[in-house]
Design a binder for this molecule. Structure first.
Ligand code: LMR
Length: 328
């Protein structure tokens, strides 16, 4: 009798322990480098909200904005080590993992975000899974928008930028882009941009309106040239092993949520950028310079030779497909 009671007690303990274990939510740490009032910041928060609403007690999403958990440089390594489960780096930050992705940094490649959408729905899709061999799985593309150039000098034509130092993301294409206009590129993490501009380590940079406004870059830059010359777009990524190891029903639900969030982020991004631009205009700290078609043509002509330099790495066919995506 005593033995039986003990056996039952042990079985009950094991069962409770098992249930307690099963009841622990899966924690997904989602780290990024920008502010919360940006397309990516909003997307990460919406993903958290929907995941926790639809998978209550099963999934917990912790969002770490503003490089508060990992910043540029360390975040991919952390993802591979399992210290963070989701990231959404700008597409400029993947060249170590896949050369083809450099396509997104080519200057004056996409005329607008509709062209980006067309390319990503077709040839761009394959790039989401191109890094699986290295343990990284792309879940979605999220938009920010087109880049503008900032400086402490009024830049109307490429010659105005000659000799200035520009902060760039960790991208060889972007380095070459600034070299093409005889300026000096300097790779720097996003978290260092404000200080770099304030102290004069760099004289200018390129980014979207939402990134400029949310980092208060207008406090340290007198001029913004509305060049729309390149793209800031993201790949939401996860650790392939982590993702494959999720219970299938949870993984399926998270994939559905990711698809919904992606539609929402990509719908809202342009409006967020336009309202950020308006805030900069209203702050009267800086001047926004519009380019006429002839001036914009000069920037395009000066920067476009960069395409040829990377044709070998990216592939002429892929560049051609992206170029054609400008035609609806
Ligand atoms: C940058 O480093 O300028 C951007 O990639 C930041 C971001 O994630 O939008």
């Amino acid at each position: 009798m005593f033995k039986l009671t003990r056996a039952l007690f042990c079985a009950a303990t094991l069962l409770t322990a098992g249930l307690a274990q099963a009841a622990e939510p899966i924690v997904i740490k989602f780290a990024h480098v920008v502010a919360e009032n940006t397309p990516k910041g909003q997307g990460a928060l919406l993903f958290k909200k929907l995941a926790e609403e639809r998978l209550p007690g099963r999934v917990k999403v912790e969002v770490y904005p503003n490089s508060s958990l990992f910043g540029d440089g360390k975040e991919m390594e952390a993802l591979l080590l399992g210290d963070v489960q989701m990231l959404a780096p700008s597409l400029a930050k993947f060249e170590q993992y896949t050369k083809q992705i450099q396509i997104y940094d080519l200057p004056f490649l996409f005329n607008d975000m509709a062209a980006v959408d067309r390319f990503q729905a077709a040839q761009g899709k394959a790039l989401l899974t191109a890094m699986q061999g290295k343990g990284i799985l792309g879940l979605a593309y999220w938009h920010n928008g087109l880049k503008q150039i900032s400086a402490n000098k009024a830049l109307h034509v490429p010659g105005d930028a000659r000799g200035l130092k520009f902060r760039v993301q960790a991208s060889s294409v972007l380095e070459e882009q600034f070299k093409a206009i005889r300026a000096n590129p300097r790779k720097m993490s996003f978290a260092e941009v404000y200080q770099g501009l304030q102290t004069g380590t760099v004289n200018g940079t390129e980014n979207t309106w939402s990134n400029y406004e949310s980092q208060k870059v207008n406090e340290v830059q007198k001029y913004f040239t509305e060049s729309n010359h390149g793209l800031i777009d993201y790949m939401v990524i996860t650790n392939s092993k982590f993702w494959d190891g999720l219970p299938p029903d949870i993984r399926g639900e998270l994939e559905k949520i990711m698809a919904e969030v992606t539609v929402e982020v990509n719908k809202q991004a342009e409006a967020l950028n336009q309202s950020a631009k308006q805030k900069i205009v209203d702050a009267r700290t800086s001047e926004v310079i519009a380019l006429n078609p002839q001036e914009r043509g000069q920037w395009r002509e000066a920067m476009k030779p960069v395409w040829k330099k990377f044709e070998g790495d990216i592939g002429a066919d892929l560049i051609d497909a992206a170029d054609k995506s400008n035609q609806p």
